[in-house]
Design a protein around this ligand. Structure first.
Ligand SMILES: CC(C)(COP(=O)(O)OP(=O)(O)OC[C@H]1O[C@@H](n2cnc3c(N)ncnc32)[C@H](O)[C@@H]1OP(=O)(O)O)[C@@H](O)C(=O)NCCC(=O)NCCS
Length: 152
């Protein structure tokens, strides 16, 4: 199984996304992650503003995952990190995170907020050496969230 995952990963290209990628990114998001509502205006801002970086993973012209981060000085805040459900647990989110760290070598901190019931994401971030710093009460729809931090 591990060998099969390695083989799939060989065919996945991780790169920075630009405004030209708006259509494929927006289509992917609406198809698989519509519950995280992002307007077209927000996608345009993320893809065209220098404050944000969008990194996507592509397999045969199809997006299989992406990250959107806000960069302020030497800190990155993860706004969204999503991987196609059929491609979970083969290292795509880890690959995207590694790309981010390599692409911006000056980064010292990465932080994010994640709903406390999102155990798969929390396990992922813990595996990536993020630590829980505090709880954000009533983060979304009455649900609490963890604030997490990774020092580089
Ligand atoms: C969280 C998410 C981005 C992880 O992406 P991924 O590509 O599957 O992650 P990777 O393959 O790089 O890393 C896998 C590791 O994360 C953890 N993990 C991920 N999903 C898990 C699950 N369902 N159960 C337990 N551990 C899990 C494990 O440590 C796993 O390592 P292992 O398979 O060796 O045990 C993905 O599950 C996702 O898109 N979730 C929906 C969107 C979301 O919740 N985003 C985060 C919001 S802040």
């Amino acid at each position: 199984m591990q060998k099969l995952f390695m083989k799939i990963l060989q065919y996945i290209n991780i790169r920075k996304f630009f405004i030209e990628d708006f259509y494929i990114l927006q289509t992917f998001h609406v198809e698989h992650f519509h519950f995280y509502s992002i307007s077209n205006k927000e996608f345009t801002k993320y893809l065209s503003s220098r404050e944000y970086i969008v990194i996507g993973a592509i397999s045969s012209l199809t997006i299989v995952g992406y990250i959107i981060c806000l960069i302020v000085g030497d800190e990155a805040e993860i706004i969204y990190l999503c991987v196609h459900p059929n491609y979970h647990r083969i290292g795509i989110a880890s690959g995207i995170l590694q790309y981010l760290i390599r692409h911006i070598p000056s980064l010292k901190k990465i932080h994010l907020e994640v709903l406390m019931y999102n155990t798969q994401a929390i396990k992922f971030y813990k595996k990536q050496n993020f630590i829980i710093t505090h709880v954000r009460k009533n983060y979304s729809d009455g649900h609490d969230a963890y604030a997490m931090l990774k020092l580089l």
